[in-house]
Design a protein around this ligand. Structure first.
Ligand SMILES: O=C(O)CCC(=O)C(=O)O
Ligand SMILES: [Fe+2]
Length: 600
């Protein structure tokens, strides 16, 4: 298709939203339509580059005649990479100005444009398209009640034909498949063959494209060694690829768990009816690869076998079916292995000891405004589990712009955000129970803070970070540096003492809480301080499992952490906000994901 502006799909999306907010519906339609087109083009070109380059690299002449220590794999990866670079240059018009990142890509993958488009179509009186846009959105969000209502409303508008409501995002095989099924009902065998063969090819192609779409970047969030980094990235990609068939099996909102094999079902019958017994036998054998004990198909096989000139040799499954099924079995085995073997690494059994909850210090005792200390927010077992998450996965490095020791060189600092924990759970590297504990404990911290400060407005999570600080230097060293210099959580302290609430400060933070998980280390006291060097200390807190310090995030609460002299000090930092634009998105995602995992 043609696009007529030089703007990126992200910019067009933004312009669509702006037009929508300005009630300029024609403009809204134009921008979103073009944004969607551009995004589709971008995806198509990206995925085709990946597919083409893989093919090219895999069929190129190797640099050496035998494979030694998997060098051929790396040789191909290098050639493949070179090819992708060329491919992107050749398609510079598509990639230039497309500042795609995970979040913007997600907007399109989630079909967000249709959430605006259906309204804008309605306002411009394009009712049929409004219905189709609502329908398109519902295909990927079938339970969205509001959109169901909209679709119902649009279908009742005069002139709107239910039969003409289309899924704008439907893959090309969908129509061929429908025509093939139609021809079957009409006993038009020639057209069953024609449409189903073509649909089958396009289905496989669509799945390859979807899988290529999974081969994107991956932010490890820490710095794993070479092999673990390949293994981790691969696991993420594989998980995504394995979801492709499910995605494609949602035909206009209906789930078909056997769409691909059903092609062979139609085909065997059509071939049989047209007297192509050999082809019919191959289709039967192909179908049986997917469902080896399907009674109907086994009966068909028996019947075809009884025909003259048919022998066992004829029941050879088709090549593409063999390849598909073998790959699927192998991938399942790898994923099962990962799920099974990675789950409980490093988790030690510990005695149950539920802490009892109590406030142990208030503003007066901590010598400053809007602060308090509570104990018993997590049990021993919960602390151990949370530390285990950090130990297993946060292998050096964290979200602090890649610095593994952002605060002091004498300590390493590694952490795992809620989003990362959710991701690890999603790919099966972390048992769901850890994520559940992470969510549950942090939620009880939120409630504690909200109740203590008697906050009437909704207090939202903004960021959650589980962090361990580990001593790197000799414990006997007389350290005077701090583990975390004195700071305020929501502003930058300038030289004249003014605390500026602008970026890069997290100015939207309103309350802070730190939940401690252990005490088996030396040093590491939390301090409230009057001065920036931590010399004029107001009060200090000894970390221990289940203890929480909470305070308002402004300059009234300057604080820091004293040097961790030996061992490793683990804590969860939680920042809250009243500002809804800074809500932690990973939290809602985590709950959705847990729900989803429970239902599968
Ligand atoms: O770990 C602590 O006790 C405090 C950390 C802190 O102040 C922060 O991360 O902003
Ligand atoms: Fe802080």
């Amino acid at each position: 298709f043609q696009t007529n502006s030089n703007e990126s799909c992200v910019r067009l999306y933004e312009k669509g939203v702006e037009a929508y907010l300005d009630n300029d519906y024609q403009e809204c339609v134009e921008n979103f339509e073009e944004a969607v087109q551009k995004y589709q083009l971008y995806k198509k070109v990206t995925n085709n580059c990946r597919l083409k380059c893989k093919q090219e690299a895999d069929t190129s002449d190797p640099l050496f005649r035998v494979d030694v220590e998997n060098l051929l794999f790396y040789e191909r990866a290098i050639k493949n990479t070179l090819c992708i670079m060329h491919c992107k240059t050749e398609n510079a018009d598509v990639f230039n100005g497309t500042q795609m990142n995970f979040e913007t890509e997600q907007l399109f993958e989630d079909q967000k444009p249709y959430e605006y488009l259906h309204i804008c179509y309605f306002q411009t009186k394009e009712y049929q398209k409004a219905a189709s846009a609502a329908f398109t959105y519902l295909v990927t969000h079938p339970n969205d009640k509001a959109m169901q209502g909209n679709l119902k409303h649009y279908t009742q508008v005069e002139g709107v034909k239910s039969d003409d409501i289309v899924n704008f995002e439907a893959k090309s095989f969908v129509y061929l498949y429908a025509h093939g099924a139609d021809a079957y009902n009409k006993k038009d065998w020639k057209n069953v063959e024609h449409n189903m063969e073509e649909s089958l090819g396009l289905y496989l192609q669509a799945e390859e494209e979807c899988r290529a779409g999974c081969e994107g970047p991956f932010d490890h969030g820490w710095y794993p060694d070479f092999i673990p980094s390949i293994a981790n990235h691969f696991t993420m990609v594989l998980k995504c690829k394995m979801d492709c068939s499910e995605k494609l099996n949602t035909l206009n909102g209906e789930e078909h768990d056997d769409l691909l094999p059903s092609h062979y079902h139609y085909l065997q019958y059509a071939y049989f009816k047209m007297g192509n017994i050999k082809e019919a036998c191959q289709a039967v054998a192909s179908y049986l690869l997917f469902f080896p004990d399907d009674e109907t198909m086994l009966d068909n096989m028996k019947y075809y076998r009884s025909l003259p000139k048919v022998d066992n040799e004829d029941f050879r499954p088709r090549e593409e079916a063999v390849k598909y099924v073998q790959r699927k079995i192998y991938e399942n085995k790898i994923m099962n292995f990962v799920n099974h073997e990675y789950r409980n690494i490093g988790v030690t059994q510990i005695d149950e000891e539920t802490g009892s909850k109590r406030n142990i210090a208030n503003e007066k005792q901590l010598r400053g405004p809007k602060r308090f200390l509570s104990d018993g927010l997590a049990s021993r077992r919960e602390c151990k589990s949370l530390i285990a998450i950090a130990r297993i996965f946060a292998v050096l490095g964290d979200g602090y712009k890649g610095k593994k020791s952002p605060h002091t060189e004498r300590e390493s600092f590694h952490g795992i955000t809620l989003g990362r924990a959710a991701f690890l759970t999603y790919v099966g590297l972390l048992d769901t129970k850890y994520l559940e504990i992470y969510l549950r404990i942090t939620e009880s911290v939120r409630r504690e803070v909200k109740n203590y400060f008697k906050l009437n407005d909704e207090l939202h999570f903004s960021y959650t970070h589980l962090v361990c600080r580990s001593a790197l230097s000799d414990p006997s060293l007389n350290r005077t540096d701090l583990s975390h210099q004195i700071h305020a959580d929501n502003c930058n302290i300038l030289e004249d003492g003014v605390c500026e609430k602008t970026a890069p400060a997290f100015f939207w933070r309103d309350y802070s809480a730190i939940l401690y998980l252990n005490s088996n280390f030396e040093g590491g006291e939390f301090i409230f301080s009057n001065d920036l060097l931590g010399e004029d200390v107001q009060s200090s807190v000894e970390p221990k499992c289940g203890r929480m310090v909470a305070f308002s995030s402004g300059q009234e609460n300057l604080h820091g952490v004293k040097a961790v002299k030996s061992g490793s000090r683990c804590a969860i930092g939680i920042w809250f906000t009243f500002n809804v634009t800074h809500i932690e998105k990973d939290r809602a995602l985590s709950y959705d994901m847990l729900d989803m995992l429970k239902n599968t």
